[in-house]
Design a protein around this ligand. Structure first.
Ligand code: PAD
Ligand code: ZN
Ligand code: ZN
Length: 375
């Protein structure tokens, strides 16, 4: 029996307030309105950005359905939708691509004006929500809300991918993989033979390592306070691994000594103010480029001497690896299918969706890289 046009009752993980576990609840998911798409989720990864919401570092209206690294199948479409049709395999896009704004029209930029990160409304583009639980409207998160058996997204926030792609793997292309890989190949534009330093070896940082290697870096120095991450970093291309806690002096000084003055490219993939500064300082003062990938707590600011940049450094940052989402995600899926990069090593755990809190515990304890929840 077709569910199109009807309210769907299903399970979702609702975050009622910060610093609390997710509750698996029965929610009602309204049919998609015009230019909206309802998706049956098949798999979703757990990203540290979701945890930043839980711990209060990233603000979004609650109660809400989080999750932004998913893949699924279109269940039904609203009026006017042309980009996808029921039955299509899709990836929801937390960085939309409206195609019309100045950012979308710019050849390099990807931070579509519809992203609305600084003041997220927690709704669809029309200002209302499609989720209800116990009679209360439940907010959307990051245009995606993948921690639900069904979700509704705007047409600008979803893209069709190869029907043959394994959704329980390519869901990582919805955030962590693309963010890290693009930060290396597209944002920093890592050059062959160069030296790179990657701070933070989670799912995103290891994807930076994959990107540096793909771009032909000669040295990739991986930095993390959790030594358990080093074996995988080496497997994926890191040439050296260092733990800042093993040194008396600041790690940027150690890196400068190791590289005769500083690295060509550095990446902060943790989300801390102090490591953003260490990453900036460890790149060569005359020609180094440092890229901010991690999302630091919204309330904290940096104090930086302009001399850090006057000498010639470049300092950048980007969401989603600088990729224009609709244009790039299908290509990245095709590249994965052509074995141009691996995703399997990033997936350390697969759990049924109901075990979402266990998945977050694995991330917080440093035991997982990516946990994929399956529906
Ligand atoms: P993760 O928690 O899996 O990885 C972070 C890693 O950093 C872990 O291995 C930690 O051990 C390590 N770490 C923590 N503190 C330190 C420290 N002081 N020094 C060195 N290493 C440390 O997270 P993730 O890989 O899912 O995400 C990483 C960051 O990237 C996080 O801030 C997330 O919010 C952000 C992100 N940004 C985007 C984007 O579009 N810019 C997308 C996705 C994730
Ligand atoms: Zn993410
Ligand atoms: Zn746009």
């Amino acid at each position: 029996m077709s569910t199109a046009g009807k309210v769907i009752k299903c399970k979702a993980a609702v975050l009622w307030e910060i610093k609390k576990p997710f509750s698996i609840e029965e929610v009602e998911v309204a049919p998609p309105k015009a230019y909206e798409v309802r998706i049956k989720m098949v798999a979703t990864g757990i990203c540290r950005s979701d945890d930043h919401v839980v711990n209060g570092n990233l603000s979004t209206p609650l109660p809400g359905v989080l999750g932004h690294e998913g893949a699924g199948i279109v269940e039904s479409i609203g009026e006017g939708v042309t980009a996808v049709k029921p039955g299509d395999n899709v990836i929801p896009l937390f960085t939309p691509q409206c195609g019309k704004c100045a950012v979308c029209k710019h050849p390099e930029a990807n931070n579509c004006v519809k992203l609305g990160l600084t003041n997220p409304p927690g709704t669809m583009q029309d200002g209302t929500t499609r989720f209800t639980c116990k009679g209360k409207p439940i907010h959307h998160f990051a245009h995606t809300s993948t921690f639900s058996e069904y979700t509704v997204v705007d047409e600008i926030s979803v893209v069709k991918i190869d029907a043959a792609a394994p959704l329980e793997k390519v869901c990582l292309i919805g955030c962590g993989f693309s963010t890290g890989y693009g930060s290396a190949v597209k944002v920093a534009k890592v050059t062959p033979g160069s030296t790179c330093a990657v701070f933070g070896l989670g799912g995103v940082g290891l994807s930076v390592v994959i990107g540096c290697k793909a771009a032909g870096a000669a040295r990739i120095i991986a930095v993390d306070i959790n030594k358990d991450k080093f074996a995988k970093a080496k497997e994926l291309g890191a040439t050296e691994c260092i733990n800042p806690q093993d040194f008396q002096k600041p790690i940027h000084e150690v890196l400068k000594e190791m590289t005769g003055g500083g690295v060509d490219f550095s990446f902060e993939v943790i989300g801390r103010i102090d490591t953003v500064m260490e990453a900036l300082s460890c790149c060569h003062e005359s020609y180094g480029t440092s890229v901010i990938v991690g999302v630091p707590p919204g309330s904290q600011n940096l104090s930086v001497s302009p001399m850090q940049l006057l000498t010639g450094r470049t300092w950048k940052g980007a969401f989603f690896g600088g990729f224009k989402s609709k244009d790039s995600v299908p290509k990245l899926v095709a590249d994965f299918m052509a074995n141009k990069f691996p995703l399997n090593p990033l997936i350390t755990h697969v759990l049924p969706f109901e075990k979402i809190n266990e998945g977050f515990d694995l991330l917080r304890s440093g035991k997982s890289i990516r946990t994929v929840l399956t529906f």
